[in-house]
Design a protein around this ligand. Structure first.
Ligand SMILES: [Zn+2]
Length: 65
């Protein structure tokens, strides 16, 4: 079995963690992000905590002139 290493997507230098649990704890403590990372089909996948917020974009205010 190969050991997976997960990189933090929020750290500029991509801190590495040996497990998803450790990565999620790091993200929760160090980054104020509304998601956690899970494994989906064995691929790291960003899962938003607020599912209903997905796809709700803030409208861009464009000057009319
Ligand atoms: Zn980080």
């Amino acid at each position: 079995m190969r050991l997976k290493i997960f990189c933090c997507p929020e750290c500029a230098r991509g801190r590495r963690f040996a497990s998803l649990a450790a990565l999620n704890i790091h993200i929760g403590k160090n980054h104020n992000v509304p998601y956690k990372i899970i494994l989906k089909n064995n691929i790291p996948y960003i899962k938003r905590k607020a599912e209903r917020a997905q796809g709700a974009y803030i409208k861009e205010i464009v000057p009319s002139h």
